[in-house]
Write a protein that binds this ligand. Structure first.
Ligand code: ZN
Length: 145
């Protein structure tokens, strides 16, 4: 499966803090073992208590669209044939206060609305330099049961 924004578009640069999110194939959110605070993006300290006992935990992989924009202007040459596409801010179920950013895939851009429930899907990609495999979280509209 090719990536939603094309296989030539830039990949995230992996760091120790973001590697779980971009490689695990699940929605990994950082939690503080001292106070329970959930935070994203991950960091070396807890933003609530300044503790440093931080762990990653998988969330259910569902969420809600809090904001969305349809991109019409290709901000990178690799995106010329990919527009229009949707960038959304998704609040993550199981991680109070945590929002993540991603594309909404598998539907026309105009079908995306604030308040819709979404489900994570993962796009495989390989870093050319390191050969590391990434599983990039994206979102699709959750079908009503
Ligand atoms: Zn804390």
């Amino acid at each position: 499966m090719s990536r939603h924004l094309g296989d030539e578009f830039v990949l995230p640069t992996l760091t120790p803090n973001n590697t779980p999110y971009f490689t695990s194939g699940s929605i990994q959110i950082q939690f503080c073992e001292d106070c329970g605070h959930a935070q994203h993006p991950p960091d070396d300290i807890c933003y609530a208590c300044q503790g440093t006992k931080l762990v990653f935990a998988p969330c259910p992989g569902t969420g809600r669209i809090e904001s969305a924009a349809i991109v019409h202007h290709p901000s990178h040459p690799a995106l010329k044939s990919q527009v229009p596409y949707v960038i959304a801010i998704v609040s993550v179920d199981g991680a109070p206060g945590c929002n993540v950013q991603g594309n909404v895939v598998g539907c026309p851009p105009e079908a995306v609305e604030i308040g819709q429930k979404v489900r994570a899907v993962f796009e495989g990609a390989r870093e050319k330099a390191s050969g590391r495999e990434l599983l990039i979280p994206q979102w699709e509209l959750a079908r009503e049961a």
